[in-house]
Design a binder for this molecule. Structure first.
Ligand SMILES: [Zn+2]
Length: 242
């Protein structure tokens, strides 16, 4: 966010300090040596000085600029989505090293060509939700506790996961979830992030998985996710990249 005459207020995620808002002075001046090192979504080594209200960036050097990510509208839209989720779910100065590692590895997946952006984003969401205490239950009915069998199951955001066909009739916000989507989400949820490999998934399944997860995330955050609309518009314009 632009701040004052030539400064910028940065929201950064640090492995040891958590989410922070820091001031980068003078970075909007063409002569700034720091400007190229505080780019959006870049992995950067920052040195901070404690300020009265805000910490101030005194040195910055880029570790990984993720340039390819910022050159592709679909990838950048997904990166905004990851950032919006980290910003929404994490409190200031509450360290979550696992979320930092998850974000960094997901940015690498987005920047590369091996993973569909939406596949990488759903894996990120499921692991993030577990880290912040909103892990969806995808194996038992959250009303009657019976095991979810393949079939006409539903998903309830207020209950936080799956509901069996019988219970869905009385769960107020239960919406259908297909067996293929359930299979994908379970796979992403139970695969440790560092063991995740690309899997071929149909367009329709990826789209439905996105809708289910978006409802869950928006319910948990109690607000609409703005970057999701950007992701949709970008994917419609460049379908092959989503
Ligand atoms: Zn049930």
């Amino acid at each position: 966010m632009d701040f004052g005459e030539a400064d910028r207020l940065l929201t950064v995620l640090s492995p040891s300090l958590g989410k922070l808002r820091v001031l980068a002075k003078g970075v909007r001046r063409p002569s700034s040596h720091m400007a190229g090192h505080v780019e959006l979504f870049a992995h950067t080594h920052l040195q901070l000085a404690r300020g009265r209200d805000l910490d101030i960036v005194t040195q910055a050097s880029t570790i990984e600029p993720f340039r390819t990510l910022r050159e592709n509208m679909v990838k950048v839209a997904h990166a905004f989505h990851l950032a919006e989720l980290c910003d929404g779910f994490l409190q200031d100065a509450d360290p979550h090293p696992a979320v930092f590692g998850l974000l960094l590895s997901t940015l690498h997946r987005l920047a590369g060509d091996d993973y569909r952006a939406s596949f990488a984003a759903r894996a990120f969401e499921l692991h993030l939700l577990r880290e912040v205490g909103y892990r969806p239950d995808l194996t038992t009915c959250l009303r009657c506790q019976s095991r979810i069998e393949p079939g006409a199951n539903s998903y309830s955001v207020s209950l936080g996961g799956t509901v069996c066909p019988q219970c869905a009739l009385t769960a107020p916000d239960a919406g259908p979830i297909s067996s293929d989507v359930l299979k994908l989400l379970r796979h992403l949820q139970r695969t440790p992030n560092d063991r995740l490999r690309p899997v071929a998934v149909s367009e329709a399944v990826l789209r439905e998985a996105e809708r289910v997860m978006r409802r869950h995330l928006e319910f948990a955050l109690e607000r609409r996710l703005q970057a999701s609309d950007f992701v949709r518009q970008a994917t419609e314009a460049m379908p092959a990249a989503g």
